[in-house]
Design a protein around this ligand. Structure first.
Ligand code: ATP
Ligand code: MG
Length: 258
């Protein structure tokens, strides 16, 4: 683990008019670390994630990121071109609803290949080979490479979205309820797969989930949110085994199987 954080957020606040989305959230994430953001519905998880990932403007606060060249930049100071480049290369974003993260009208292979082309790969044969390899890594049969995601099940779509995001070897992946819309057995398999990929690739990830079992399985550290604010943060095992804030105690107690 590198000594300087990969991403640092300082006092992130996002209001929607008079409504609080999230308030005064500070966190950092190191290379190779998986951070879970948990909390009940409406606690501000998605708002925070979108602010971190530069998909939503902050009302106040700052996000800085250590770029590939080693320089730490305030993300608000990036040009639009730099921001887009970061999103296409260094970052991945996995949406809860795969349709939001896939192009539903083009083939599975093209969904993966498009990201490679965005980072400059122009060699058709190699792109197709890589796409094929990634399909197998996410357990989608290679013979489905020319099918569109519309012909895939929910679980397959989510696995394709993950492949599309990981193919460019991002350093940091944001995920919003990646197993959210899936039924339980499909969730379990996807979680296993995700855990394997995160380990194998040494990924850093920020994962939003309301499911403490997901946080337990995937994350090293977690933050617990309530009403837009962080109420507790710590190593995942510590927070789940010895929750200190009454709200976290309530969350943990309400999910006995964790
Ligand atoms: N576009 C919006 N306009 C107004 N208020 C919003 C908007 N998006 C979110 N909010 C409010 O901000 C707060 C946090 O919402 P957010 O979607 O971040 O919560 P969440 O923790 O992701 O919830 P869930 O688990 O249901 O996805 C809520 O009170 C919500 O009503
Ligand atoms: Mg949400």
């Amino acid at each position: 683990m590198s000594e300087r954080p990969l991403l640092t957020a300082t006092a992130i606040t996002r209001h929607y008019g008079t409504h609080v989305g999230c308030e005064d959230v500070s966190l950092d994430i190191h290379e190779g670390e998986v951070l879970a953001i948990v909390g009940e519905s409406g606690s501000g998880k998605t708002t925070l994630l979108n602010c971190l990932a530069q998909r939503l403007a902050v009302t106040s606060g700052q996000v800085s990121y250590r770029m590939r060249d080693g320089e730490t930049r305030d993300l608000a100071s990036l040009t639009e071109a730099e921001r887009r480049f970061l999103m296409r290369t260094d970052w991945g974003f996995v949406h809860q609803n795969p349709a939001d993260g896939l192009r539903m009208r083009v083939s599975a292979g093209a969904n993966i290949g498009e990201r490679l082309m965005a980072v400059g790969d122009r060699h058709y044969g190699r792109i197709r080979e890589t796409a094929d390899d990634w399909l197998s890594r996410v357990e989608i049969p290679g013979l489905r490479i020319d099918d569109r995601p519309t012909a895939f099940s929910g679980g397959m779509r989510q696995r394709l979205q993950i492949a599309r995001n990981l193919v460019t070897h991002p350093r940091l992946v944001f995920m919003d309820e990646p197993t959210g819309g899936l039924d339980v057995s499909v969730q379990a398999r996807l979680l296993d797969l995700l855990r394997g990929l995160v380990d194998a690739l040494g990924l850093s990830a920020i994962i939003v989930t309301h499911d403490l079992a997901v946080a337990r399985l995937l994350s090293h550290r977690m933050i617990v949110m309530k009403n837009g604010r962080v109420v507790e943060t710590g190593l995942t095992d510590r927070v789940l085994d010895d929750p200190r804030h009454p709200y976290t105690q309530l969350l943990v107690a309400s999910i006995l199987e964790v």
